[in-house]
Design a protein around this ligand. Structure first.
Ligand code: ADP
Ligand code: MG
Length: 326
């Protein structure tokens, strides 16, 4: 007998290890009840993943569960908020028990890691779509925003760039790399680790912040627009993983990916130069690489130069410029 909506909720979503004190009433009633801590503002984000659009058909159910929550956690990290609870709107073609088991495990593992609780949702039938709304807390006035950068601020990114985009090419069988590199790049695509601790640590240090979901060029572009400034960055300063370096050595045609490729869920933020040393110390303390990639400038737009100061232009095909110059 097919599982009813009630069975699905009971079996897969109503058993959670984590019970937060601020959740007065979770799954089971007409609405959840939350007791927000005094002196905190609510930060709320929602993201929808559609099969075939936001993840390839055939992606492991565990990874879908993990990533659906991770992308929202990344948004809250960018706001310097501490994530607390979420709701899940799940649309399924059919109630496949093996799929639901893996999906709910991936979701629950990410939730436990992040300290967030599932408090409600909605289950419907249709093309596979996962929509998660996540809320968290930030002390009044301390949220980071896309606006706020000043001329001369240094531009920083966490972690490494381009890994997930290369991982996607591997998943789509458009790129072949060594086994260890392949495993690493696919992991970066399928199991992003949102920069929760970093976002919170940047309160009072960063002047603006955004998470990199659509690629550095696009997301830093949003930050620039919100801050009504421009950015000058250096291509060679972009932090690359060993796996990405090997892949790009093999396939130089993909050298635009660290700047244009999405899905890395790293943070890009600005801070005054006086914070440089403390940010390097913070990187050590959090065991989270932080790299300065450029500075905020008056002139609007994102300007990317090579190490010789030559401007690089990006068409949809990637670097115009890089054809055979180095
Ligand atoms: P209603 O019809 O009143 O909206 P539902 O029957 O849709 O209630 O849901 C019953 C309870 O189960 C609610 O508390 C709802 O939040 C929760 N719920 C439904 N679907 C999910 C899901 N996919 N994940 C978590 N909780 C869910
Ligand atoms: Mg109701």
């Amino acid at each position: 007998m097919p599982l009813s909506e009630f069975d699905i909720i009971q079996r897969y979503f109503n058993r959670q290890s984590l019970q937060r004190d601020d959740v007065i009433l979770g799954i089971g009633d007409d609405a959840a009840l939350i007791y927000p801590p005094a002196g905190q503002q609510l930060a709320i984000a929602i993201d929808t993943l559609v099969e075939g659009v936001h993840f390839p058909v055939g992606t492991a159910a565990y990874d879908i569960g993990w990533k659906a929550l991770a992308v929202n956690l990344s948004d809250l990290a960018a706001m310097a908020a501490e994530p607390a609870w979420f709701t899940l709107a799940l649309t399924l073609r059919q109630a496949d028990e093996a799929w639901l088991t893996d999906f709910s495990r991936g979701l629950s593992d990410m939730a436990t890691l992040a300290g967030v609780q599932l408090v409600g949702g909605d289950t419907t039938r249709g093309p596979l779509t996962i929509s998660i709304q996540l809320a968290g807390y930030v002390p009044i006035g301390q949220a980071l925003q896309r606006q706020g950068a000043r001329v001369g601020d240094e531009i920083w990114v966490s972690g490494t760039l381009g890994d997930a985009a290369l991982g996607l090419l591997i998943a789509q069988q458009q790129l072949t790399v060594g086994q260890a590199d392949g495993a690493f790049l696919l992991q970066r695509l399928n199991r992003p680790l949102p920069r929760q601790a970093l976002g919170i640590a940047l309160r009072g240090i960063a002047t603006s912040c955004i998470d990199i979901s659509d690629g550095l060029l696009a997301d830093l572009g949003h930050l620039c627009q919100a801050s009504q400034l421009g950015a000058s960055i250096e291509y060679e300063a972009l932090p690359l993983s060993a796996g990405a370096c090997h892949a790009l050595e093999r396939e130089p045609a993909y050298r635009a990916l660290p700047i244009s490729g999405g899905d890395d869920y790293e943070l890009c933020f600005t801070a005054p130069p006086e914070q440089h040393t403390s940010l390097l110390a913070l990187a050590e303390q959090l065991d989270c690489p932080l790299t300065r990639i450029g500075s905020m400038v008056e002139e609007s737009g994102v300007h990317c130069q090579d190490r010789n100061g030559q401007l690089l232009s990006f068409a949809s095909q990637g670097f115009q410029h890089f054809g055979g110059s180095d």
